[in-house]
Design a protein around this ligand. Sequence first.
Ligand SMILES: Nc1ncnc2c1ncn2[C@@H]1O[C@H](COP(=O)(O)OP(=O)(O)OP(=O)(O)O)[C@@H](O)[C@H]1O
Length: 396
Amino acid sequence: MSSAIPLIRLRGVGKAYPLADSPLGRLRTIVTLLLGRPLPAVFQALSGINLEVHRGESLGLIGVNGAGKSTLLKTIAGVVRPSAGEIEINGRVSALLELGAGFHPEYTGRQNVFLAASLMGLSDAEIRARLDDILAFADIGEHIDQPIKHYSSGMVVRLGFAVATCVRPDILITDEVLAVGDESFQRKCVSWMEAYLRGGGTLLLCSHSMFHIEKLCRKAVWIHDGQIEAYGDASVVTRDYLAWHERRLAAARPGAQPSNAQAAGQHAVRKLSLNGCGAEGTEIGMGETLTISGVVFAPDGRPPVVALGFLKADGTPIYGLASDMDGHVLSAISTHEFVFNLSLPGLLLLPGHYIVRAHALDAEGYRLFDEVVCPLVVKGDSREMGVCRLPHQWHA
Ligand SMILES: Nc1ncnc2c1ncn2[C@@H]1O[C@H](COP(=O)(O)OP(=O)(O)OP(=O)(O)O)[C@@H](O)[C@H]1O
């Protein structure tokens, strides 16, 4: 439930970075700034951002690389000073932004825990009381007594997140934390964030994983070219964002190509066909049976989960299901390949253009790696409205 005073309020926030792409340019910029003169050329990373986040809300931040998401989070966290507008923060913020930000590279992990937690307002006694929990969460073994400068990026994130969990902030700001940690750490973080939100915490989560955004956030904001492109329910904003990507990809890439996930050796949808037809999709008559089949690659050799979604051609979601929801286990056809076959008898989608989307997830159905789409055209004569027929009867 939202309280009247927002924890975060942004009014017309903008951020301009000086354009200084050479050592001489940087020197000129510094001198200009020192002289208090207006900067000749700036890059507008953010402009006109108006946003309110209330206690207990979870807001996802999405957008392409360079859209301005991190800059926005940094201005909220107070790491970057906005060049325009106002920011009001009413609560204790814990921000997990850049790797190792707030950590001293020469100090050990343990020393950094004390340093970071005390900077976040905990007393020495409070930190000592929570130390075991922090170390258990970070789970980096004897590395805790080695200098941070020798840590891997994943270990730094583990420690940073572990400190944030002990502080129990009013507002937790995280920037792609989930992308850095390994699988079990990701799950631990997601579970912790879910519990934190259930307990009334407020979350700002920047991620390129729409799965995580939809799982953890009720609202989302889509940043594009430093401005708010869309704000609203996470499912709606992520849908619009993915539809935009689909349109962009379709314009840029006619014909099928291997997905990034496939190229990277991750879980991937290797094949998707509708009634036996591949990437070109198929046409069926309304009320006919649709079969969806395909092959999912699983690098760990464990039966993966496949999720299937039906969307209107404009990206509006209609229906989704996943093999694990139905307790179905995909059959292995080789060490790393698993098949699925699903039939939908008497499909009651109304005549029109649709998209069937298949997602490859890990064996737990937790991490989403890949998605492949196939167009579907439903033919027929119907004057009904909407996307599907609901069984109905008229009575006297
Ligand atoms: N210190 C800086 N000086 C100059 N330009 C910067 C600086 N920091 C960020 N930018 C620029 O501002 C723009 C927004 O960057 P930002 O890191 O906020 O994007 P992002 O949406 O978080 O991207 P990503 O998804 O890749 O992390 C980019 O064009 C970036 O090059």
